[in-house]
Design a protein around this ligand. Sequence first.
Ligand SMILES: *Cc1c(COP(=O)(O)O)cnc(C)c1O
Length: 419
Amino acid sequence: VITRADALALDAADPLAPRRAHYVVDDSVIYLDGNSLGRLPRATVGVLREAVEQQWGQALVRAWPGWIDLPSRVGDLIAVNLLGARPAEVVLCDSTTVNLYKLAHAALHAQPGRRVIVVAEDEFPTDRYVLAGLAASCGAELRVVGCDPDDGPALEALEAALDQDVALVCLSLVGYRSGALLDLPAVTRLVHAAGALVLWDLSHAAGAVPIDLQDGGADLAVGCTYKYLNGGPGSPAFLYVRRELQERLGNPIQGWFGQYDQFAMGLAHVPRAGVARFLTGTPSVLGTLAVEQGVRGLAEAGLPALRAKGMALTALLVDLVEQAGLLDPDAGGFALASPRDPARRGSHVCLQHPQAWQICQALLERGVVADFRVPVRLRLGPAPAYTRHVEVWDAVDRLREVMAARSYDAHPSAVGAVT
Ligand SMILES: *Cc1c(COP(=O)(O)O)cnc(C)c1O
């Protein structure tokens, strides 16, 4: 039996335990949604205050020389510390959605003989919508690969979808719902063997699992910074283009921030050298400064330690749900809707139950923040940078109480507008 004292002992021995003090934390709430919106780092409060009061408030336009290189400076920080990429392969700009469009468009147009984009059936909706729109507007075909919603796309299914017509394969390294973690080098080898390029969406992976884009042979990647990277709501996304591909690919949105000699205001668009050609317009300065602080915090913690703790927390969560007798769908409990092996998933897990929405609301009422994903899944993300083992223990204990008393029945079954 895993007791609350056991969870406290795990916290006492946890090398990352002191990291929690680096975040703004309200101890009255157990926050298990760091994979959706990461906590606010304390350092960010001071940095943003200074940027607003001194830089914006006093220096105004004179602050631009210090701001103009932020997309590349913070891009390099992410590349080296979180993505296993080289400097000058990553920039921060726009949203993940827009960056996905830019890179997918570039990959398609760099290979005129190939007209197919491959995507997994349960890929994050914005990715599927963007790729469907891109395919429709370019006379290309979107080939959708079926997959198990809880286990992620299988290598064999991906392989079967590949042929000499495929230009691009777009996949999430960690599934947004199941948390299923793909084998980046293996998938990349498969895609390259078919002569296509691979575009990784790292939104639920960056900051949670070690990533090695360079050694793994990855071509392209995008990802969010407001999840595990703690950049704040709507903070700019990152994009990665492998150095060897940069001069072959073009940005479909030819903005002035991607322009060579930007302030010469030339008539014709001449792309900048390197990954900076994928910038578009004026960067979000405050958002980028916030991302810098978020990434520094993760770099201090170190990805191997974050990964080890992420696996320990999700494994503890699943073990406790099982110990409470709740991992039994036939007895009114849950089915695990994620891979059981912690090495095969990111830092979040999903539990399936027909009344998952109501259970999520009942947990919220008891001070546990999780979220709901269609269809009928309760998603729990104990972010390793600041979540304690005892919080996982307490959260599962409250879940046990909610299930025993069926207090969730009192909540409306109609799903809210934002989940
Ligand atoms: C969160 C997430 C996004 C979000 O994209 P935005 O443009 O920031 O809204 C995209 N893809 C994946 C896989 C995500 O998890």
